[in-house]
Ligand binder design. Structure first.
Ligand SMILES: Nc1ncnc2c1ncn2[C@@H]1O[C@H](COP(=O)(O)OP(=O)(O)OP(=O)(O)O)[C@@H](O)[C@H]1O
Ligand SMILES: [Mg+2]
Length: 346
């Protein structure tokens, strides 16, 4: 608008100076007029600039208040209880949970897990497998019911204490900026170099680490920098191998690793799982088949549970999943299509 006004004044003024249209504007008069026109529009420019900034500030204020008003994490209880060391039994009592109060997710989930048992959780994408893991670790609190570890409700325990009892490898890896060594040793602060390397070897991460420019002293950027997804996952696995936690949670822990390495890592995990309560969200037949109990989830509900053979005999949803997802894995040639994710809804 400003430029159009400026141009219109200039053209009309010029015509007036040359005498095409009446009036007798001098060249000096026109140039003074143009400069006034410019000064007149300047404040309007500034006002519109301020308006744009104000809108930005309002949007920021909205986010700021949302953050201030976010519900506070409930503090750890004063007289927190601690379950006996080595007791890895878990009990879920009528657990109900939803991220969004409008949309119910997990409801009426009851379950008993013995110490040292290996539990596999299967089900289609979005059925709440990761959510169940989040509840065990108290990344979210249950809405109703309770989760008990060694007979103590997890909400009666200190969060730090609860989390120190589980070693986790999750779908999305988390690495901090620092050296490879620091990232692996995170699980056990006082680990020696030899222990770190031994853990990396068990996780089959040693090979690629040695190919990095500075080996174990290579500095990784924020969230792992340029490492591939599978390499990040191997580092997280090495971390768990080092800390040897009392209980294990593996949520698609090997989803980004090639099938050959995966088989090797799986063996190391099997070794680690001995005598430890483990929750495994897996896509591999072998891991699921060997579990003490398989939980089949669908739309947040536990629809079937039992061992592999029991569930196959029952002929329910698990059998259907098994036949569509696993049949080729069980082929006699032993082909290892590890990348076929269990429970991907087509
Ligand atoms: N932080 C969150 N806030 C709101 N809704 C969420 C959140 N995380 C997950 N959900 C929803 O909860 C449901 C269950 O998600 P969940 O991550 O537990 O699925 P999943 O069984 O682990 O699936 P996948 O096999 O893909 O890992 C999904 O419908 C998802 O959209
Ligand atoms: Mg998940």
């Amino acid at each position: 608008m400003n430029s159009i006004i400026y141009a219109a004044v200039a053209v009309l003024g010029a015509l007036s100076v040359t005498g095409v249209i009446g009036g007798a504007l001098s060249v000096g008069g026109l140039s003074a007029f143009l400069s006034y026109a410019n000064q007149y529009t300047k404040p309007f420019n500034e006002i519109s600039g301020v308006l744009a900034e104000l809108t930005g500030a309002l949007a920021c204020a909205e986010r700021l208040f949302a953050l201030i008003e976010a519900p506070e994490e409930t503090p750890d209880p004063e007289n927190a209880e601690t379950p006996a060391q080595g007791d890895g039994s878990m009990r879920f009592e009528k657990v109900a949970f939803s991220y969004d109060p409008e949309r119910e997710l997990i409801k009426g989930l009851s379950l008993e897990v013995g110490s040292g048992q290996r539990i596999a959780i299967v089900g289609p994408t979005g059925c709440g497998k990761t959510t169940l893991i989040n509840l065990i670790m108290r990344f979210y609190d249950v809405n109703e019911g309770g989760i008990y570890l060694g007979g103590v409700e997890t909400r009666r325990m200190k969060r730090g204490e609860l989390r120190s009892r589980f070693g986790m490898v999750l779908q999305d890896t988390w690495l901090k900026s620092g050296t490879v060594r620091e990232n692996i040793a995170m699980g056990r602060k006082n680990a020696t170099d030899a222990e770190v390397i031994a853990a990396a070897k068990r996780a089959h991460a040693h090979g690629f680490i040695m190919r990095l420019p500075q080996g174990y002293d290579t500095v990784l950027g924020e969230s792992g920098g340029t490492l591939s997804q599978g390499q990040k996952q191997l580092l997280c696995i090495a971390r768990v191998m080092l800390s040897e936690p009392p209980a294990l949670i593996l949520d698609e822990a090997t989803s980004s690793i090639d099938s050959r390495t995966e088989l090797l890592v799986q063996d190391a995990f099997a070794e680690l799982m001995k005598g430890r309560t483990s929750f495994i969200v897996a896509h591999r037949l072998s891991t699921v088949r060997d579990a003490d109990m398989i939980l089949v989830m669908k739309d947040g509900k536990l629809i079937e549970k039992g061992t592999h053979d029991e569930l196959l005999d029952k002929g329910g949803f698990y059998k259907e999943l098994y036949e569509t997802q696993f049949a080729h894995e069980a082929a006699p040639c032993g082909s290892a299509f590890g990348a076929v994710k269990f429970g991907v809804a087509e």
